[in-house]
Write a protein that binds this ligand. Sequence first.
Ligand code: FMN
Ligand code: SF4
Length: 438
Amino acid sequence: MPEPPVRIVTKNFGVKDSHRLGVYEGRGGFRALRKALMMKPADVTAEVKKSNLRGRGGAGFPTGLKWTFVPPGSETVYLVVNADEGEPGTFKDREILRQDPCLLIEGCLCTAWALGCHHVYVYIRGEMYEEARILQAAVDDCYQKGYLGRSVLGVGFQCDVTVHRGAGAYICGEETSLLNSLEGKRGWPRLKPPFPAVKGLFGQPTIVNNVETLANIPAIVENGGEWYAKLGMGRSGGTRVLCVSGHVQRPGVYELRMGIPMREVIDEVCGGVRDGRRPRCVIPGGSSMPPLDESELDVPVEFDALMTDARIKDVEVAPGVKFDVGGGKPLKTMAGSGAVVVLDDRTDLVAACARLMRFYAHESCGQCTPCREGTGWLARVCTRLADGHGRKGDSALLASIAHGIAGNTICPLGDAAAWPMLGFLTKFRADFLAKEPQ
Ligand SMILES: Cc1cc2nc3c(=O)[nH]c(=O)nc-3n(C[C@H](O)[C@H](O)[C@H](O)COP(=O)(O)O)c2cc1C
Ligand code: SF4
């Protein structure tokens, strides 16, 4: 199996009792924090900028750049860890929380130092009961050992961590909805701007970062931004943790080199498609991302490559309906949350797509009309097609509903339903047309 150039996020996976503070310390834990506390906060941010670390929560936004959006001189700054991990197919943050909670805590502390933040909130998915318990135990141990509290490692820097459990709503993974939920309000997304970095939790500047994003920070502090950038590809530094599921021989969580071709992930890392079948459709980064077909699997798994190399063209997906989103921009796919879902050549792709659409309809918060109504329509029309009760023109109807949603909603959940719908319709149009009455 191809190895990553180095293991950063998963380096302690599989080690006995890796979740315990003593084991973490014994394996070099908290060296980075000691180094960070001797650096100027701005220098820590500069290293993270240099590292080309991009957010692992879905959007791939440059982490160091995001940190610089906090207005200089802000008195209260919050760091919020997004541990909601609700994107279908995604299960990597859960492994980090379960196997290496102290790595996340160290990443949070280095980040808090860089931001001038004294209170970190970890918003953890409600269903992750065991992980919340493991994380809380690690936080308690860190308080006892002086890594958290009034004076971190005795240098006079105060930093507290609060673990907050969500209640199982996918939308609460969206950062502004998460902040509302954390404030005790209904988990409805906020209009942006203002962005959280300027006005976030309790109206204060807030940086929201994903678990895996923050788990990379100690290695960057310890080895330098340049080292981390060189491990990666193009404008994406470091390694990539992929969680692979579906019809492969060896599904699982793998830390791999950034830019590894998708075909290598499937054939070599995961032992190929089960029962000797062929991969027909691959979701490259969580269910919100348009799928790839078999001819596109040589694409490197990297943020920019997946946006530009995938051969999605500005084609007509239905008579008169062009496959584009938002002002004529061609629709592209994304590396998203690192969740790779492989579907083999026996899969009923219309049924698979209908299942996804029912998920988005169920999870829409209902705040804005195109998403509330549109996701319901996508689910109903796609399901009737899949169940053999489709009507002539349903494929075109689906495309036009999806176009009505994309780019017209408060938060990206609407796009998250519309994009894969359009992707499935473009790449696998014949499957949809075949389900319409002839
Ligand atoms: C509907 C929806 C659900 C999301 N769920 C998650 C999630 O579970 N975990 C996560 O880290 N980011 C999630 N995001 C992305 C966050 O809004 C945000 O971009 C991310 O936490 C920023 O962290 P990063 O820059 O480290 O990636 C979601 C976004 C949307 C629109
Ligand atoms: S796009 Fe959907 S989930 Fe997002 S605010 Fe609108 S209704 Fe809610």
